[in-house]
Design a protein around this ligand. Structure first.
Ligand code: CP
Ligand code: NVA
Length: 357
């Protein structure tokens, strides 16, 4: 038997492997969208001519082991599993014995006997490492204290889909004869600014963007609590990503030359008791037109946010304005999670670099 593949962070994949997942997500999106279109649903004849998305989860069940709230990640996982022919089972923390009567080890063994994959959202990152250590089926990180890999897959797909906004010459390449859907447009090297807390979303950006040719500029408040933890820096340095990261405390400096500005919540799930202190410490970090103008961002800068969003992180003008890509980004959680499920749970084939069959 091959070793069970798991994905804890995008640091576990090479740059070409990450690009392959993004391209596969784009392919699955093109193939799946017509099935969801009411125009096609009306006519059996038209539907019969549609291509089927991968059915690698046919007759398979995926456990969504979530100890924290979720809107996007859960919806994406449930709807993507359906399109792949399988079923996702939501197991919230009040539904199962884990953490009260039963260990992670026993839970992983039991789920692994009945399901073909575990998509887990946990508190401390060590909890998902423990599940992966004992699980006989692949474990995919749906968010932990350290990492949020599937979020960055969606962000990258969204940026590729909007490549023409950053480069007037970016064109869709010709249809690939093997894959038979138009591949994604190439993205020119971007300057991506992140203004906010050093949390799971930023951490997966740090280990990913530099390897795909993009530069990162980060501003967090100066206190130790808002710096990247040692295990994250170790991975960043091991991968040589630090050479393309500028890190400071001034949000204006961070957005200098930015093509994309990104933020996340200032109060991650589980940090609710720190709310008052955090709101004080993050004063001046709200993403606004004025901040980006003063800092000298690219006049055509675009905005990303993983959601859920609070107004103190980004004002309404930016969040609901023309620069914002947040709702296509949210939808792309589905297509990228579908690609990750297909490759990891359906095919055990996350680490290849050629188009999946
Ligand atoms: N972005 C994200 O992970 O959203 P949810 O917490 O709603 O899943
Ligand atoms: N950093 C946030 C991300 C939510 C999607 C959190 O952990 O709550």
């Amino acid at each position: 038997m091959p070793p069970v593949p798991h994905l804890m962070t995008l640091a576990d994949l090479t740059g070409p492997q990450i690009s392959r997942v993004i391209n596969h997500a784009h392919h699955l999106k093109q193939v799946s969208l017509p099935w969801l279109d009411p125009q096609y649903s009306k006519s059996y004849g038209k539907r019969a001519r549609l291509r089927m998305p991968s059915q690698s989860l046919f007759n398979k069940s995926i456990a969504l082991l979530f100890s924290k709230r979720s809107t996007r990640t859960r919806l994406a996982a449930e709807t993507a599993s359906l399109l792949l022919g399988g079923r996702a089972l939501f197991l919230g923390q009040d539904d199962i014995q884990l953490g009260v009567n039963e260990s992670a080890r026993d839970t992983a063994m039991v789920i692994g006997g009945m399901c073909q994959g575990i998509f887990a959202r946990v508190g401390d990152h060590s909890e998902i490492e423990e599940l992966a250590k004992y699980s006989p089926v692949p474990v995919l990180n749906a968010l932990s204290s350290l990492w949020h890999p599937t979020q960055i897959l969606a962000d990258l797909l969204t940026l590729h889909e909007h490549a023409h906004l950053f480069d007037a010459d970016a064109k869709q390449p010709p249809v690939d004869s093997h894959y038979r859907t138009a591949p994604l447009a190439k993205l020119r090297p971007l300057t991506v600014a992140y203004v906010g807390d050093s949390a799971n979303v930023l951490h997966d950006m740090l280990v990913t963007y530099p390897r795909l040719g993009h530069s990162l500029r980060v501003a967090t408040p100066p206190q130790a609590a808002y710096q990247a933890p040692e295990p994250v820096w170790e991975r960043v340095k091991q991968l040589g990503c630090d050479k393309k990261i500028w890190w400071g405390t001034d949000p204006r400096e961070a957005v200098h030359g930015a093509d994309v500005v990104v933020t996340d919540t200032w109060i991650s799930m589980g940090q609710e008791l720190e709310k008052e202190q955090r709101l004080k410490d993050f004063q001046g970090y709200q993403v606004t037109e004025a901040l980006c103008k003063e800092g000298g961002a690219n006049p055509d800068w675009k905005f990303l946010h993983c959601l859920p969003r609070k107004q103190h992180e980004v004002d309404d003008d930016v969040f609901y304005g023309e620069r914002s890509l947040v709702f296509p980004e949210a939808e792309n959680r589905k297509w990228t999670i579908m690609a990750a499920f297909d490759l990891l749970f359906g095919k055990w084939d996350m680490t290849s670099t050629t188009a999946p069959v």
